[in-house]
Design a protein around this ligand. Structure first.
Ligand code: SF4
Length: 377
């Protein structure tokens, strides 16, 4: 959040902070990005491989489902190998929660109202407390309790909030307060209204998500609108973008949402034009190749890639590195907003990658601030 440009400021809802393993969630902690593995958890090798890719993409927390005993047995090995805290996803089988807590889960995703008797809830809370686990309550419009559906007639914001409050009460009755809550729906209006209602009613951290949002493009748009609206209103402490796509993509989209709102920075922010007949080089292919080649850069910085001088110099003025298409395959490179040298079509990608790596090292060492930090982005 910046005070240099007040029209950029987002006033975050003040939530209570909890710890998910070593990662703080809520309060003034950075908004965390989560994803979930889709390998068989019982296949520890495949799951650890996928976790590694998600960690590389920047996942702060990773959820792993535990549908059976084989999964919780493998969870111990997976949790040992993971570099970020893991959340065990449990539905109905409270014994899996006990096993996962014991096997190194930093958080249990479980709805206490769905696991049966009060003694089972007490056992899960005892296991969570004994192992230092947080709990995430995950209300979902698709699996609302029958009594609430009867009371409200259909999934609606009040029904989702009431369900969340019911689950919360069960934890509070056991003097357990290390919880965060989600009230997800695949309908953005329903999800946003439910989260806004819940944000008023409780002080715990909120986990945001638009559930079953769809494929990479449709789901990204839907999640950006739903999660983006809530974050813009200051609501939300951790996010998971649900896509029918690889989990690393969810992490990338999560960061892009946070970057767009200036809530978090990571890696290269690319400014690029859609290209048109004026382009001096193939902007689309160049940007695709650059994004692939720059995924390893974690330092927050910016790169503008524009096809011609119509908007190129203006965008380059605000970015750490800029390239603007010129005539005859000769393009202008800007460093920190100032024209610096020309580059030819041949070898342009490698050249820009090298410049970005050098600039990232400079920014990282503190030798120069990033242009975004100067502009309050
Ligand atoms: S910057 Fe130039 S090439 Fe890119 S869309 Fe605008 S006019 Fe076209």
């Amino acid at each position: 959040m910046s005070s240099i440009r007040p029209w950029r400021d987002i006033a975050r809802r003040k939530s209570r902070q909890i710890m998910v393993g070593s990662v703080p969630v809520g309060g003034d902690a950075p908004i965390t990005v989560q994803t979930m593995t889709n390998t068989l958890t019982s296949d520890a090798v495949a799951t650890i491989d996928q976790i590694r890719r998600c960690e590389e993409a920047g996942a702060d927390l990773i959820r792993v489902s535990c549908p059976d005993e084989d999964s919780t047995a493998a969870f111990r090995k997976i949790a040992k190998a993971a570099r970020v805290p893991l959340i065990a996803d449990i539905h109905f089988h409270y014994k899996r929660a006990l096993e996962a807590a014991d096997a190194g889960a930093a958080c249990l995703r479980i709805n206490p109202g769905n696991i049966g008797s009060a003694s089972r809830v007490a056992e899960v809370v005892r296991a969570a407390k004994a192992n230092g686990c947080a709990i995430r309550i995950g209300v979902n419009a698709g699996s609302l309790e029958k009594d609430l559906l009867e009371k409200y007639g259909e999934p609606c914001p009040d029904a989702l909030v009431e369900s969340a409050l019911d689950h919360i009460k069960l934890l509070q009755d056991h003097d357990f307060h290390e919880y965060k809550v989600a009230v997800k729906a695949s309908d953005v209006f329903l999800a946003v209204a439910a989260y806004m209602g819940l944000a008023e009613a409780v002080d715990c951290p909120l986990h945001l998500g638009i559930t079953e949002a769809g494929g990479l493009i449709g789901g990204t748009v839907k999640s950006s609108i739903g999660i983006g609206n809530l974050l813009w209103a200051g609501v939300g402490d951790t996010i998971r973008v649900s896509l029918s796509a690889e989990p690393e993509e969810e992490v990338r989209v999560g960061y892009e949402i946070l970057k767009s709102l200036g809530l978090r920075t990571r890696g290269v922010r690319v400014v690029s034009c859609p290209s048109c007949a004026r382009q001096g080089f193939d902007v689309i292919r160049t940007v695709q190749k650059l994004e692939d080649a720059l995924g390893h850069i974690k330092t927050p910085m910016s790169l503008s890639v524009l096809g011609c001088v119509v908007n190129g110099p203006g965008e380059a003025r605000e970015t750490d590195i800029g390239v603007t298409g010129g005539g005859n395959g000769k393009h202008m490179v800007y460093l920190r907003g100032v024209t610096d040298h020309h580059v030819q079509d041949d070898g342009m990608i490698d050249h820009i990658v090298r410049l970005v790596e050098e600039k990232a090292a400079e920014i990282e060492s503190g030798a120069v601030p990033s242009m975004d930090s100067l502009h309050g982005k």
